[in-house]
Design a protein around this ligand. Structure first.
Ligand code: AMP
Length: 416
């Protein structure tokens, strides 16, 4: 049997890789513009972190984690998301003592044992940001604007920002009671999964995509009618700030997000272009999380965007991964005498920071020119016996086709 990548994982290469590089560049420049610093945490953590942080009754912890015992008998889990690890790190390093308002971003692989399909993988990548320390709606909107700026700069347009408020813990408790009552009295019509969630995680029933559940959900009480004054004021301020920023959004009263740690603002960027995997990214305020992990009372808000889905949406909207840039120089040897000098010249140009390709297959000039086309270089520099004797080189501009002979010591001034 031939060896293959594990189900739900994928290799990234070729033109798609160029699209990743462009996206990663955008993550860096947008986070820099918003003054967010990069933070990297380990790929695996103690299982306890996710159980406590995300909640045992969530899908992620209940059925999607890659959990294993290491040789020392410790239970470890490949990270399924980044917020709990970042909060763990903030607490561990007493980071907030020196940085009361902390702005961080991250990008990297996450692991969930999900049913693989287009846009849903078992190893996928997220880009995200967290604004830690502020209870105010300004920080909610700051992270939404950051995410929105990334989506726009990547060049996608066919998405919607959906917004909702989960209110405070008290609000959710009162709502939960009303919702459980309603769902219990309609349990017969619900799917098996949703019936189970009535006791484990009733708010998640609102997320269900099952046809039979949708009809019942449409008659369920709405969290918005349970919001207290402070929660309503917080939501109103978020909306007002989005309005002045000129960012459009729709209110989605059924948006709950899957994890236990959210309160007040929750949001999602959705699209109709990717079939059932319609969420490109999402996030919200997670004031309870620090306390859940033993870090005291620290308000925070953040989001994460799935990089695969972001790029799939780009591909769907643009019909491809986009052009890779034409760049650099191909140094071509004409005849055996030029083999060594070409490599000396290539080394000299690389030291000046140029992207340089040479032939390592001892091919004909014709084959080297074909190779240069494939490599999408801007210039070809040719050196043969005549050029060696005269200290010159033939320089060809691959875009215009124009070709001329210049002194070798002038090469940098033309190519750089
Ligand atoms: P979540 O925190 O679950 O809402 O995930 C945030 C974003 O990560 C989603 O909106 C998706 O874009 C992406 N994502 C989550 N799970 C997967 C997966 N299994 N495969 C690919 N992308 C995912």
């Amino acid at each position: 049997m031939s060896l293959q990548a594990v189900r739900g994982t994928r290799d990234i290469f070729g033109p798609e890789m160029s699209a990743w590089h462009r996206a990663e560049q955008i993550f860096r420049s947008v986070t820099d513009a918003f003054s967010y610093s990069e933070f990297r945490t380990p790929m695996f953590e103690s299982t306890e972190l996710f159980k406590r942080g995300i909640g045992e009754d969530t899908d992620v912890v209940g059925k999607e984690m890659y959990t294993f015992e290491d040789r020392g008998g410790d239970s470890l889990t490949l990270r399924p998301e980044m917020t709990a690890p970042i909060v763990r790190a903030m607490i561990e390093h007493s980071y907030l003592r020196h940085h009361p308002t902390t702005r961080l971003w991250y990008a990297g692989p996450q692991f969930r044992y999900d049913r693989p399909q287009k846009g849903r993988y078992r190893q996928f990548h997220q880009f995200g940001a967290e604004c830690i320390g502020s209870p105010y709606p300004e920080s909610d909107v700051e992270v939404i604007l950051l995410a929105n700026e990334v989506l726009q700069r990547v060049g996608i347009t066919k998405y919607t920002l959906e917004l909702n408020s989960l209110g405070t813990a008290d609000v959710r408790l009162a709502y939960r009671t009303a919702l459980v009552e309603y769902l219990t009295s309609n349990a017969d019509g619900l799917s098996v999964d949703s019936q189970r969630r009535i006791t484990t995680n009733p708010l998640r029933v609102l997320d269900s995509k099952e046809e039979r559940d949708r009809a019942i959900i449409s008659g369920a009480p709405l969290l918005s009618s349970f919001l207290d004054e402070a929660s309503s004021a917080h939501l109103a301020a978020v909306r007002a700030l989005l309005d002045v920023a000129g960012v459009s959004y729709v209110m989605n009263p059924l948006l709950v997000r899957g994890l236990d740690y959210y309160n007040h603002t929750v949001f999602e960027f959705t699209t109709n272009e990717l079939g059932t995997q319609n969420a490109i990214g999402g996030g919200g305020r997670y004031d309870p999380l620090f306390a859940m992990l033993g870090g005291g009372d620290v308000p925070a808000v953040g989001f994460s965007i799935g990089i695969e889905r972001l790029l799939l949406l780009y591909e769907a909207e643009h019909g491809g991964w986009g052009e890779s840039s034409i760049n650099g120089v191909y140094v071509c040897a004409i005849g055996d005498a030029a083999l060594l000098p070409v490599h000396v010249l290539a080394a000299r140009l690389r030291k000046r920071g140029l992207h340089v390709v040479t032939d390592v297959m001892r091919r004909s000039v014709k084959a080297q020119m074909k190779d240069a086309n494939r490599e999408q270089v801007r210039w070809v520099v040719m050196i043969g016996e005549d050029e060696l004797a005269q200290g010159t080189a033939v320089v060809k501009n691959m875009e215009s086709g124009e070709q001329r002979t210049i002194a070798q010591h002038e090469l940098e001034s033309v190519l750089l």
